[in-house]
Design a protein around this ligand. Sequence first.
Ligand SMILES: CC(=O)SCCNC(=O)CCNC(=O)[C@H](O)C(C)(C)COP(=O)(O)OP(=O)(O)OC[C@H]1O[C@@H](n2cnc3c(N)ncnc32)[C@H](O)[C@@H]1OP(=O)(O)O
Ligand SMILES: O=C([O-])CC(=O)C(=O)O
Length: 370
Amino acid sequence: MTATKGLEGIVAATSSISSIEDGVLAYRGINIDDLAEHASFEEVAYLLWYGALPTQSELDHLQQLFSEYATIPSEVIDQLRLYPKDTNTMAALRTGVSALALYDETAEDISHESTQDKAIKLQAQLPTLIAAFDRIRKGLEPVAPRKGLSLAANFLYMISGEEPDPVAVKALDQALVLHADHELNASTFSARVTVATLSDIYSGVTSAIGTLKGPLHGGANEAVMKMLSEIGTLDKTEDYIQQKLDNKDKIMGFGHRVYKNGDPRAKHLQHMSNQLSELKGNSTLYDMSVKIESIVTGQKGLKPNVDFYSASVYTLLGIERDLFTPIFAISRLSGWSAHIIEQLDNNRIIRPRAEYTGLYNQKYIPIEQR
Ligand SMILES: CC(=O)SCCNC(=O)CCNC(=O)[C@H](O)C(C)(C)COP(=O)(O)OP(=O)(O)OC[C@H]1O[C@@H](n2cnc3c(N)ncnc32)[C@H](O)[C@@H]1OP(=O)(O)O
Ligand SMILES: O=C([O-])CC(=O)C(=O)O
């Protein structure tokens, strides 16, 4: 038995949800470029869950369910008040989602219908949970979700308490579309491993949130913004990046396990970053990002991934850095839950082997002789 480090190139599941072939990403066979241009996040969630784009009445029904389900139990809000105000937002989200299960009497039901219903419920509740924690940690009261708003609009409304700017809503909605699913990425794999023991969707999503949190995966968008803030100005960019490269440090937001010729989502985020910079009349972050890309791609051949330009996009939308990865989670929940349903519908426990590299034939030594 020989292990493949990081499971590179190992095909570990069959799935009909999203594909990455020849550098092209498609959800249910529809190219991401098409979806990014035309679809709303609600349409994409429907597509991932049910396998086809919704008709207008199916979309209206889903939006109605999102509105109905968006409130979170008061017991969970009370718990959020007890979390340390400076705790990591992904840690708060991980605990909060786990807590939601305690107040859902259907939590243990892993049937297809109930899991699908809980996927919709969780999708509606996640923005409310994150926005509520964000406000509580700032000493503000949570803002209740408003019926009739899209998921992106509602999230922006609940964090600020103000009418969201249509430009910001459109940009966030497009970012949600772009992050919704990505084949067998680490967090989705984690969700599938968890439910493959016949555990429930809350457990699967809690595992996935813990996996997305790390800076080699979803946490990279926050790490990119930390780097941009550390650099500060365009004139300091080259020296900073060169020093990192000379030290053999990783440049966050670059490289990808699957895409070696570039992540097809990055160009959309770059375009958004450029447009928002022009709109705000401040192109510092965008110019720094373009400079970093030219150095890193020029010297290492590494291309930006989905996390690189999303950092400047979210900042230009006025969103704080430590909400970037939770926003990724809001979007990816649609993919996680589609994969959880697919796994449970055709389940076998996921249990690979390990190549043993330890000692053999060791004897037990009594404690007094060690
Ligand atoms: C939503 C997402 O999860 S997208 C990914 C987000 N993560 C990041 O942006 C973090 C930075 N990037 C990385 O750490 C990696 O590129 C990963 C985790 C995305 C992929 O990891 P792997 O598939 O194991 O990397 P891979 O084997 O292709 O790396 C090849 C070489 O490029 C180097 N490399 C890869 N990414 C980077 C980077 N961002 N900066 C500098 N060097 C890098 C590796 O160190 C390795 O060098 P070596 O051959 O001298 O050891
Ligand atoms: O697929 C991966 O390894 C990481 C990624 O880009 C994603 O999850 O969107």
